[in-house]
Write a protein that binds this ligand. Structure first.
Ligand SMILES: [Zn+2]
Length: 470
């Protein structure tokens, strides 16, 4: 009987706010160390935390997007532990009564349960590369607002874990809750995994921390699964080990004695978090949610007749989906618009840091110009970079760039004659019945015209000349 893999994820997501969770310090990434600090986030005596309404609203929005039940009253709690990057000696988090519970996210038609979603503040950062043999501390991150999302152990493979994270990131970006930038640490993943024989109770759970990309999550979980199966099949027992995968390779961190005791207790400096006190009504917030990515993808398939793959690409971000729909609304055929966006438009964006540089109305103008026979598809692709840089009308720009299709009979005659004269052997073979050589002649004419010959007319002229006996 084979082994079944059981995976759960804990995801920390930085909320998109200007200031921290309990003080007015900037939450900006990348500022010089210890420039965004104050008595509150350093935990100096007498300083009192004041919750950030914007952060609470974003957390509620994330919870609603995940189909959670949002609790109108929840509790802040102290999570106590000693670590140099935590000047207060505790983090303000939520424990017994979190902001939200019981949601789900669907992956390929399967519901992955969300056990809870709660608010908490981030800790500081230890820097090991500033001074030789010394650790430096940067407290800028202390108090930055996070949500922690905890899944149920519903994931069944490392691949599914990765698919879940990709889908979660897309959702959070649509909701504009977080920029989900993993390099800057605004989305961090801890994963736990156990294996069991089907029908048996859950096996010993081991954890992997410090995973810095979704690919790293998938790889580390795959390794951990294999390691557990090998250990169990050798008749050995699994220890409660926590691993890190910072270097891309699993490394045991510390022997974990049961679960760490954080001595949680209700935060004495804060009253219960009553959403009404901040004017936040979960029902009202639900009505304000944008169309969520999975619903939008399904609508693209249904309304525009796109494949699941295409509609997945076109809804990968809210910006791409909006761009696509702007093209369709300006009268471009849905399938044709999909081809243009998934091809040249995204290729151009990839060259420019993911920025969709060409305004959709300009793109629509170009597509219509191609449809009217103004320029070839090839020439249009060459025009794309210029479209982003000037607002000249497309027709004028095509002329300036020398890309307009040539229908002038004299010019076409000249290109065709020149082609046939330089390839007498091929002409003979064509006339002897080798019809496929037409493509070769066409290629030569297009080369001579630098891609400007109207292909339909050029073909007509070629056939006409080739049928003449000389
Ligand atoms: Zn502060």
């Amino acid at each position: 009987m084979s082994w079944q893999t059981v995976i759960g994820l804990e995801i920390h997501v930085q909320l998109r706010t200007r200031s921290k969770l309990f003080c007015a310090c900037s939450a900006n990434f990348g500022d010089p160390p210890n420039t965004n600090v104050c008595p509150v986030c350093l935990g100096l005596p007498g300083a009192l935390p004041v919750p950030n309404e914007g952060a609470i609203r974003l957390a509620v929005r994330a919870a609603l997007g995940l189909g959670c039940t949002v609790h109108r009253v929840s509790l802040f709690a102290r999570k106590n532990y000693f670590y140099p990057d935590l000047p207060k000696g505790y983090q303000i988090s939520q424990f017994e009564e979190p902001l939200a519970t019981g949601g789900f996210l669907e992956i390929d038609g399967r519901r992955i349960g969300i056990a809870r979603l709660h608010l908490e503040e981030d800790a500081g950062k230890s820097l090991h590369d500033r001074f030789p043999d010394l650790t430096a501390l940067d407290f800028n991150r202390c108090g930055v607002p996070l949500i922690e999302i905890v899944t149920r152990p519903d994931l069944r493979s490392p691949e599914e874990g990765r698919a879940f994270l990709t889908s979660l990131k897309r959702l959070l970006e649509y909701l504009e809750v977080s920029d989900c930038n993993m390099e800057e640490g605004s989305l961090r993943v801890d994963a736990n995994l156990s294996v069991r024989k089907p029908g048996q109770p859950l096996g010993v759970k081991q954890e992997v921390k410090n995973l810095n990309s979704f690919a790293a999550v998938e790889r580390a979980l795959g390794e951990l699964r294999d390691l557990q199966v090998r250990t169990l099949e050798a008749g050995e027992e699994l220890a409660l080990t926590t691993y890190t995968a910072r270097t891309g390779e699993l490394k045991a961190m510390r022997a974990k004695e049961e679960s760490q005791d954080y001595r949680y207790f209700p935060e004495p400096d804060l009253p219960p978090l009553d959403l009404a006190a901040y004017g936040i009504d979960p029902e009202e917030e639900r009505r304000l949610l944008p169309e969520l990515p999975q619903a939008r993808q399904a609508r693209f398939e249904r309304v525009y007749g796109l494949s699941a793959y295409d509609s997945g690409v076109l809804t990968a971000t809210r910006q791409i989906a909006d761009y696509y729909e702007a093209l369709v609304e300006s009268g471009i055929d849905a399938k044709e618009a999909a081809n243009w966006v998934m091809g040249p438009v995204l290729a151009d964006a990839n060259l420019h840091g993911g920025r969709l540089r060409i305004p959709p109305n300009r793109m629509a103008e170009l597509i219509l110009f191609v449809a009217r026979g103004g320029i070839s598809q090839q020439a249009a692709k060459r025009m794309l970079p210029h479209l982003a840089e000037t607002d000249q009308p497309v027709a004028l720009l095509a002329e300036t760039l020398g890309l307009v299709q040539v229908r002038d009979r004299d010019l076409l005659d000249r290109w065709v004659n020149e082609t046939l004269q330089s390839h007498p052997g091929e002409v003979q073979r064509f006339r002897a019945g080798e019809a496929r050589l037409l493509a070769f002649f066409m290629g030569e004419v297009m080369k001579l015209s630098k891609g400007r010959a109207d292909p339909k007319l050029a073909r007509e002229v070629l056939l006409e000349r080739l049928s003449l006996k000389e």
